[in-house]
Ligand binder design. Sequence first.
Ligand code: SPV
Ligand code: MG
Length: 290
Amino acid sequence: MSKGRQLKDRIAERGLVQVMAGHSPLSAKLAAEAGFDGIWASGFELSALHGLPDVSLITMTQHLETMAAMAEASGLPVVADIDTGFGNAINVIHAIEQYERAGAAAVVIEDKSFPKVTSLIAGGRQDLLRVEEFQGKIEAACATRKDPDFLVIARCEALIAGLGEQEALARSAAYEEAGADMILIHSKQKTPDEVESYVRAWQGKVPIVVVPTAYPEFTVERMKALGKIAIAIWGNHAIRAAVTAMQQVFRQILDEGGIQGADKAIVSVEEIFRLQGMDRVKADEKRFLR
Ligand code: SPV
Ligand code: MG
């Protein structure tokens, strides 16, 4: 069964699935162990991992390789954040061929111009494509996929760009018309009101995807109460959790002049061995090394 089919089945079963951001095979594996339904191959997280801003600097190949490794390590469906599709509709065609072959369950393509600027930054340059041009990119993605269950999700950045609900709804309807399987609506308001209002007003047939990073009170319960939302993406909590943990431990080691205190606050080396699969190495050594 394809990963896209798996994700669709999980949505059909649960109504709403929870997809955790990742930036590495290890983070994806931890998300799978925690019980998430899928992995968000986040451009923001991968950029941060490289110490870079999320402004189209990471190449498609870098993102693709990490995405494939995360799919492999977690076994979960991966929703690949392909930003603007790395260029125009021609670049999208190439990207879809590569991402489908590499085992993604879904791609999210956003309606910003290339190179993009990360969405949540205050005062960021948020230039949107003409609707027709973005429709062409969505149509190109749908025409290129081989597996009809491979999901093409159109991301509408009209609220991020400050263009208001009517523009967001009109664009979303145009993207559905172009063939998008779902609409990701993003907002950087500090409360869920803007997205809740959009969801209530949405008349389209395709479900909605949300990334409630800026408005954390938007709980799963609240999303379910609205209906229409199929995927909640927890957008950058893997990299932020990792940074929090490293900052604390690094500070502690310097403050205490050694690792004696910090050692008790972090997982054991044995836990890392477990995550690396050393049990299997030991068993294979016994069996095959003569
Ligand atoms: C990402 O995680 O890369 C996203 C979500 O696209 S956001 O950073 O909020 O735009
Ligand atoms: Mg992104």
